[in-house]
Ligand binder design. Structure first.
Ligand code: DHK
Length: 152
């Protein structure tokens, strides 16, 4: 049985729908999870979708991914801009990783322009709201060499 793609979400993403909707939109994290799982099914991928506000928990999940997952899609929230520990974990996982952000971080404060995560990621998708998770899955399916079960 194929290993799932881990879709990991960092701090404050549990607040989606309530949190600064003009920046992050109205969709809740549960809604993002539903659309991610629906897209994964079309692509013939399994996903394991998780969120934590705790940096160390995200590190532990990325460590687990090395054995348990086929790839990692990561929205590290604000840890994107601060966490060497997450970068080290990604590099140690030796899996394809894709960094996502709901907002266009390059149109925002300059402290959001730098990402530690990017050094460990195949690519970055940002600025398209919840669609970034679907776009990342499309890219991951191609990286993993899987054909879509049906065309969306
Ligand atoms: C989410 C956050 O929580 C911010 O700290 C990042 C990212 C951007 C997002 O757009 O998904 O700077």
């Amino acid at each position: 049985m194929a290993k799932p793609v881990y879709v990991l979400n960092g701090p404050n993403l549990n607040m989606l729908g309530l949190r600064e909707p003009s920046i992050y939109g109205a969709e809740t994290l549960a809604g993002v999870q539903r659309r991610t799982e629906a897209r994964a099914e079309l692509l013939g991928l399994e996903v394991d979708f998780r969120q934590s506000n705790v940096e160390g928990e995200l590190v532990t999940w990325i460590q687990q991914a090395r054995e348990a997952a086929s790839g990692i899609i990561l929205n590290a929230g604000a840890y994107t801009h601060t966490s060497l520990a997450l970068l080290d974990a990604l590099n140690a996982a030796e899996l394809p990783a894709i960094e996502v952000h709901l907002s266009n971080v390059f149109r925002r404060e300059s402290f959001r322009h730098h990402s530690f995560i990017s050094l460990g990621a195949r690519g970055v998708i940002c600025g398209f709201g919840p669609k970034v998770y679907e776009l990342a899955l499309e890219a991951m399916a191609e990286i993993l060499g899987q054909q879509p079960a049906t065309r969306a």
